[in-house]
Design a protein around this ligand. Structure first.
Ligand SMILES: *[C@@H]1O[C@H](CO)[C@@H](O)[C@H](O)[C@H]1NC(C)=O
Ligand SMILES: *[C@@H]1O[C@H](CO)[C@@H](O)[C@H](O)[C@H]1NC(C)=O
Ligand SMILES: *[C@@H]1O[C@H](CO)[C@@H](O)[C@H](O)[C@H]1NC(C)=O
Ligand SMILES: *[C@@H]1O[C@H](CO)[C@@H](O)[C@H](O)[C@H]1NC(C)=O
Ligand SMILES: *[C@@H]1O[C@H](CO)[C@@H](O)[C@H](O)[C@H]1NC(C)=O
Ligand SMILES: *[C@@H]1O[C@H](CO)[C@@H](O)[C@H](O)[C@H]1NC(C)=O
Ligand SMILES: *[C@@H]1O[C@H](CO)[C@@H](O)[C@H](O)[C@H]1NC(C)=O
Ligand SMILES: *[C@@H]1O[C@H](CO)[C@@H](O)[C@H](O)[C@H]1NC(C)=O
Ligand SMILES: *[C@@H]1O[C@H](CO)[C@@H](O)[C@H](O)[C@H]1NC(C)=O
Ligand SMILES: *[C@@H]1O[C@H](CO)[C@@H](O)[C@H](O)[C@H]1NC(C)=O
Ligand SMILES: *[C@@H]1O[C@H](CO)[C@@H](O)[C@H](O)[C@H]1NC(C)=O
Length: 420
């Protein structure tokens, strides 16, 4: 009897696992007109390059359907697939139907549920490889009207939410891989960032840095009440919430009642991560104290605020700030998570926004956080500007959120992926 030497046997297993679990990778761009993000992939037969608005918290992917795809099939009402949809799917005109939503305008409509082919390029972490196809990707068809307010040139919406029908969930289910994806949003409208699906890493940047090694983790928490336009009794939110317990500026706590950061029984409060807001939005009472402490702490940097420009609450003259490799030198903002020593540090590059003050020809740096008003459902919505050039990971198998802080600290950016 022939026995394989044990080390060789293990080696073969390792190779097999690597070939069946590639990272799938999609380019992500920033749209200059909305400051929101798009993701690119291939859809239909023959495969067409397609640009969709990227939305982290949405549940259902939808797109403008045309009759050009030979693989597009509406899902029949009486199919077992239709009955697995939330509420059992809705039967309309003999076709299984769903409610595609626009997270910006909060419009929705009843539209058909379809299946078609989706394809994404693979990567071994550093070099782009072949396309992987998912032949029965579930989405909904929509009309051009529902695109209003989304990133320009998007022909639909890619939903990355926390449910079984989202784009990352369908990819992971279809390939039987780990339910984990990561985003690296570009700060520039000129170069792409990336989304990585079906893998916990490595994520190789600048040919050598594996950003999965820099991740700090905090639990993902569930908001028990969905905030979609169409929702069902007892349905939890598909958005990504984290347990921010305090906010520090230059090491000092913003003086707030901690209950505002907790998620209440009705789903209000808490902190979520969102790609629907270009800047982090805070509930009014929190925002006022946040700005006040930032202004106080900026005195230590010899900074005196100038007249603020909407929608921002505090701005400084560009010439008053010195720049560092992580952006303008201002007090750091820390989002402190479940424990005092777990915090997401935000440096000037992610806290400040550079704008030209109209008519004066003067550059300003404004604190890139905005006042969401007194009756915000969610107390803190961490928005795009604060996420850019940070790698963030959503690991649903381990139920945790990973973040790197500014990649500028490691002399890289979200656009320095080796892949084209
Ligand atoms: C949108 O499409 C038009 C025409 O193809 C192109 O000129 C423009 O650059 C695109 N805009 C963005 C933001 O990609
Ligand atoms: C369908 O395909 C044809 C040829 O490839 C193209 O000219 C046309 O614009 C497509 N229609 C739509 C609605 O995408
Ligand atoms: C599909 O589109 C072509 C032109 O693009 C049109 O002539 C044809 O009627 C359409 N078919 C259906 C079933 O809508
Ligand atoms: C669903 O309905 C179609 C047409 O009415 C029928 O041909 C098909 O057999 C039905 N399928 C199931 C699973 O009942
Ligand atoms: C219902 O289906 C018919 C035939 O496929 C189509 O002509 C009609 O536009 C559909 N109605 C709606 C509301 O989708
Ligand atoms: C990825 O594949 C390329 C080309 O096959 C190879 O040169 C590179 O070393 C691989 N990288 C890793 C991390 O496996
Ligand atoms: C999620 O979907 C997959 C198939 O796409 C199915 O096998 C699995 O049971 C579903 N899980 C849940 C929790 O609905
Ligand atoms: C914090 O807010 C909660 C709910 O609004 C209130 O019941 C509590 O008394 C507040 N605590 C303090 C210390 O102000
Ligand atoms: C800011 O400084 C002023 C004056 O020293 C102080 O009264 C106020 O409480 C400080 N605000 C915060 C939020 O620390
Ligand atoms: C602020 O200004 C004072 C007096 O001009 C100077 O001594 C100090 O070094 C400055 N601090 C910083 C952080 O620039
Ligand atoms: C958030 O963290 C605090 C402090 O560790 C803890 O008391 C609280 O239960 C956590 N909340 C959730 C929803 O996990």
């Amino acid at each position: 009897m022939l026995l394989l030497p044990r080390p060789l046997f293990l080696f073969l297993i390792t190779i097999t696992i690597q070939t069946v679990t590639p990272i799938l990778l999609s380019p992500v761009s920033k749209d200059p007109s909305t400051q929101l993000y798009t993701i690119s992939m291939y859809l239909q037969t023959p495969l067409q390059p397609t640009t969709l608005h990227l939305d982290l918290g949405s549940s259902l992917t939808w797109l403008l359907c045309n009759n050009n795809s030979s693989s597009n099939h509406p899902i029949p009402c009486n199919s077992s697939l239709c009955t697995t949809f939330n509420s059992g799917g809705t039967c309309s005109n003999n076709t299984c139907s769903l409610f595609p939503e626009n997270p910006i305008t909060r419009n929705t409509l009843l539209s058909t549920a379809n299946l078609d082919t989706l394809a994404l390029p693979t990567s071994n972490g550093s070099t782009q490889g072949s396309l992987v196809q998912i032949t029965d990707f579930i989405f909904s068809c929509s009309t051009a009207q529902l695109l209003q307010g989304l990133a320009q040139n998007a022909t639909g919406l890619a939903a990355l939410g926390r449910n079984n029908l989202s784009l990352p969930a369908q990819i992971s289910n279809s390939l039987s891989t780990t339910r984990c994806f990561a985003l690296c949003l570009p700060a520039s409208t000129q170069s792409n960032g990336a989304a990585f699906f079906a893998s916990t890493g490595p994520y190789i940047f600048n040919s050598k840095i594996d950003l999965s090694k820099s991740l700090i983790y905090t639990p993902l928490i569930v908001n028990p009440v969905a905030d979609t336009v169409i929702s069902y009794n007892g349905q939890p939110s598909d958005e990504y919430f984290v347990n921010v317990t305090s906010i520090r500026i230059n090491g000092k706590d913003v003086p707030i009642n901690a209950s505002i950061l907790a998620i209440h029984q009705d789903g209000s409060g808490g902190t979520k991560i969102s790609t629907s807001e270009p800047y982090t939005v805070m509930e009014s009472s929190l925002y006022k104290r946040f700005v006040e402490l930032f202004v106080n702490e900026s005195l230590a940097f010899n900074l005196t605020a100038t007249e603020a420009v909407e929608p921002f609450g505090v701005c400084y003259r560009e010439g008053d700030l010195t720049t560092t490799r992580v952006g303008p030198a201002v007090p750091t903002v820390d989002l402190v998570m479940h424990s005092d020593d777990v915090f997401w540090r935000i440096f000037g590059g992610n806290s400040m926004v550079r704008i030209e003050k109209e008519g004066v020809g003067m550059g300003l740096w404004c604190l890139g956080f905005v006042d969401g008003g007194a009756h915000r459902r969610t107390s803190v919505v961490i928005g795009g500007h604060q996420l850019e050039d940070n790698l963030v990971q959503f690991d649903l198998d381990s139920n945790r959120f990973g973040f790197t802080s500014s990649l500028l600290l490691q002399a890289t950016t979200c656009s320095n992926l080796n892949n084209p």
